[in-house]
Design a protein around this ligand. Structure first.
Ligand code: PLP
Length: 378
């Protein structure tokens, strides 16, 4: 059996998305910047997609800028906030995705302050309130859900604190767009980021939501695409795929959440019953944890460093953290950021609406075979 439980890294594309993209590629090849009929047709395709997405998140179409994905959208939000909006100080956390973390690290023209986190990766909101007491123009950049441990941000609290202190708010919503009903007014952020391949869309396409009251300058120079902010001929098939995937994901968000949360809770219960001393990184309360991610901390066992490889041999694809880190020898910055016990083997299991109970049962049996019986005593 082949079981894909690495959906936080990427998801398989939905057939309906592939069909929509193929139709677009066959029938709408014009350049959206051309003024002739072929160009106008292509422009129409892009703008229909933009309006479709904007409607779902309660934004105005002009507030969406298509990007090459979550990384570019995060980079654009932070870079433009500093270059164009006078931000002198950024408050963030040590467990952000590297698309944010690396963007704010090092010698820069702005100050960086890191908010304290609890051992489950929750933001210490009192500390955030303290940090916000500053005269300097500040951007708060905190992700909605952590991609490795799933801990959810109380975005309402953060947006209220930001508003009360005149700070801008950026949230990396790459793991939650398409998985929760997100409305930009309710969220209260100035910038939100999205990546299609996290909800059964294509790779290499996403968007940045920018509140319409903010005046940004071009992030990529060239033609006047994306209201002059992000030049380059539009990735039309990607844009169509993104819109289709977003529509499908949002058609029944609650239904998908219920299905996946049941599988996650079942897996947690079975692991606790079958594996001595097992625990979980991040929040265990379903209201505070992304329902698609389960980060398991296993007891010590012989061959513990081979865990992911042994699962792979059984056809089970999981990861040790974020996919972007799998080649790095430094371990997970997220687990370090919450002072987790990194001597113990861990694995991130991440689910999608297509994950089945049979797949979970098969994985549980194989995990038990690999871990139990080879436990290190003492
Ligand atoms: N932010 C988070 C939280 C992610 O999980 C990812 C992808 O792993 C990204 C940003 C980067 O998105 P993309 O792969 O579209 O560049």
């Amino acid at each position: 059996m082949k079981v894909y439980l690495d959906n936080a890294a990427t998801t398989p594309m939905a057939n309906e998305v592939i069909d929509a993209m193929a139709e677009m590629m066959k029938n709408h090849f014009g350049n959206p910047s051309s003024t002739h009929a072929f160009g106008r047709d292509a422009k129409g395709v892009v703008e229909v997609a933009r309006r479709t997405i904007a409607k779902i998140i309660g934004a105005e179409p002009k507030e969406l800028i298509f990007t090459s994905g979550g990384t570019e959208a995060d980079n654009m939000a932070i870079t433009c906030a500093v270059n164009d909006l006078g931000v002198e100080r950024i408050i963030s956390s040590p467990t952000e995705h590297h698309a944010v973390g690396y963007c704010i690290e090092g010698e820069k023209d702005f100050e960086v302050a890191y908010v304290d986190l609890t051992e489950t990766g929750q933001v210490d909101y009192n500390h955030l309130a303290e940090l916000l007491k500053s005269d300097k123009k500040t951007l708060v950049s905190l992700m909605h859900a952590n991609n490795e441990i799933g801990t959810l941000l109380d975005y309402k609290k953060v947006s209220e604190l930001c508003r009360a202190n005149g700070a801008l708010f950026h949230s990396d919503t790459v793991q939650t767009m398409g998985h929760y009903k997100i409305d930009v007014t309710d969220f209260g952020a100035d910038f939100l980021t999205c990546s299609a391949h996290k909800f059964h869309g294509p790779k290499g396409i996403g968007f940045l939501f920018v509140n319409k009251n903010l005046r940004l300058k071009p992030f990529i120079l060239g033609g006047g695409q994306e209201r002059g902010l992000r030049a380059g001929t539009e990735n039309m098939s990607g844009i169509v795929g993104l819109a289709k995937a977003f529509e499908l994901a949002n058609e029944d968000v609650e239904g998908h959440q219920k299905h996946v949360q049941e599988l996650k809770s079942y897996m947690m219960d079975e692991l606790k019953a079958r594996i001595p001393d097992v625990s979980f990184h991040g929040e265990v309360d379903p209201d505070k944890s992304l329902y698609t991610v389960l980060n398991v901390c296993f007891p010590e066992f012989d061959n513990k460093s081979m865990l992911l490889f042994l699962l792979d041999l059984e056809g089970i694809a999981v990861s040790g953290g974020s996919a972007c880190n799998s080649g790095a020898s430094t371990g997970s910055h997220v687990l370090r950021g919450i002072n987790a016990n990194t001597d113990r083997p861990n694995a991130r299991f991440s689910f999608s609406r297509y994950t089945t109970k049979e797949e979970i049962d098969y994985s549980l049996d194989k995990i038990e075979e690999i871990v139990v019986g080879k436990l290190v005593k003492g």
